[in-house]
Structure formats: C-alpha cells, structure tokens
Design a protein around this ligand. Structure first.
Ligand SMILES: [Zn+2]
Length: 272
C-alpha cells in the first residue's frame, strides 16, 4: 500500500509534467473503482491544472474551479506516458487523462481499491479530507501536540500513531520503524510514555518520513514509482517484515504480533 512518503514522491514526480498544463479529455475504461468515477471526470474538457498537492495519502489535482482527489488504495499507480509512444493498455489501466495533447497521466490499479473524486467546493472541505488529522511533517505535529493525546489515551502507542484523526498518514511501516528507533514497545499504553520519550518519537517519525521521501519511498509488493523506478527505502528497515530475522542492534529475533489486524514487528530486547 502506498504510504505518505510514496504518495509524496509520486506527487513530486508528476507535478512538473502537469502544473499549468491542460487536461484535454479523459479515457475511462472502468466505470467503477472503489467508487463510481464521477461524471465530471468522464466528461472533463480542456481544464487547466493550477497545482498538485498531497494531503495524507490523497493526491489533489487543483483545477480552476474544482479539484480531482485521487486515492491509490492498495495497488493504485500513476504514470506519465508519451501519447505517441503509447498505443497499448492493459486491463488494469483504468483512467487516462490526456494532457496538452501529448502526455497521458495513466491510472493503473490491479485490485481497484483506489478511487477518484470530483470536488466542487474547497477541497479541504471534502468529506474524506476534512476528517484527516495533522500532517506529520508540519510544525503543528510536535512533541507537545502528540503528548497531549498520549497522556489522555489508554491504548497501545502504535494504535494511537495509526489513528488518522490524530496524525495522518504515518501508516503501518513507519509506525513500526519509528517505534523501534525510539526504543519504545508498540504495545506500551500511550499514557505511560513520558515527555522525553514522546520528543524522541516525534523526531524519529519526521526523520524516517523525510529519509523515505529522499530514497523514493519503500517498495512493498506492488508499489512502483511513476517512471517505473523502484523505491528503495525498504533496505533500510530495521523491523518491518523481518519476523524471526535478527535485530540489527542486539541480535535477538524480531517478533511479529497483530494489533487491530495489522502486523506489528518489534524487538523485545531493544523496545521497552
Ligand atoms: Zn534488538
């Protein structure tokens, strides 16, 4: 599943091809992904792209009056193709936006859990986006902010980190890794963490997200970058996906448990 760093990398890669360009028309090969493709996207006609932004794991294409909001689901991919080079498409290539009559922004999604929305209001008021909590890479997400939540909550710290209403888009991989780097057990009840531990945790969350963006995101299973280069941050993982492998710090075996049906990987010895 593309997480925040992957979506940020995709946004940064497509932006120079699309900003200030015109969407001439769309080719829709599949009527319904997770939700039905809106009519306004099916009938789009010569609309200028003012900007492209990311919010949580959403990509937001800002047009003059409206916005297109894209969620990649589990297996969604966006590619930039040259219209002249591209005459073939596969059954998983669901949407093409024709850009300036020479490029294609292509959406491919094998499992079809992704979706495209059309928003006529300010996109920040969109029903999905308005629910999202603070972005982890903004100054608003700091030690004091997180501590105010953790001291009130009687749930495992990893579950709190994955609550999108508190902080949006950390995701399973980066929750696991940042807790390891902070030497904090994922099952610790959040109100037992002191301010110093929260300070270290916030610093590690930001560092690991920045580092992952720098390395092009982390390819897990079927995530690929728009130009088909593979993100290579996963080789820097300490615990994620490493059940029974040896901890790089203490050589103890990495343990896997499940928290709310998601895999949690950690080292019993290093994380308290
Ligand atoms: Zn260890």
């Amino acid at each position: 599943m593309p997480e925040l760093p992957e979506v940020e990398v995709i946004k940064n890669m497509i932006l120079p091809y699309l900003k200030e360009k015109i969407i001439n028309y769309s080719i829709i090969r599949t009527k319904k992904l997770k939700y039905i493709i809106p009519n306004n996207i099916i009938k789009i006609n010569n609309q200028k792209i003012l900007d492209i932004k990311r919010r949580g794991r959403y990509i937001i294409i800002i047009l003059l009056k409206n916005t297109i909001i894209i969620h990649l689901g589990m297996t969604g991919k966006l590619c930039i193709l040259n219209k002249n080079d591209n005459i073939f498409y596969s059954k998983h290539d669901h949407i093409d936006l024709i850009i300036d009559n020479n490029l294609i922004l292509r959406y491919t999604d094998v499992r079809k859990f992704g979706f495209w929305l059309w928003e006529i209001k300010n996109y920040k008021k969109n029903v999905f986006l308005k629910k999202l909590g603070t972005e982890p890479l903004t100054t608003k997400f700091n030690n004091l902010y997180l501590y105010n939540f953790t001291k009130k909550k009687n749930i495992a710290i990893k579950i709190l980190l994955m609550d999108n209403k508190i902080v949006t888009g950390i995701g399973n991989i980066y929750a696991n890794e940042s807790l390891f780097l902070s030497k904090i057990s994922p099952v610790r009840i959040s109100n037992t963490l002191n301010f110093k531990e929260i300070t270290i945790l916030v610093k590690n969350i930001k560092n690991i997200l920045y580092k992952s963006i720098k390395y092009g995101g982390s390819t897990i299973c079927n995530y690929k970058l728009p130009n088909n280069n593979i993100g290579n941050f996963s080789k820097y993982f300490f615990v994620y996906g490493k059940k029974d492998k040896l901890c790089k710090i203490c050589k103890n075996k990495i343990t896997r448990i499940f928290q709310r049906n998601r895999s949690t990987f950690f080292c019993y010895k290093c994380q308290k």
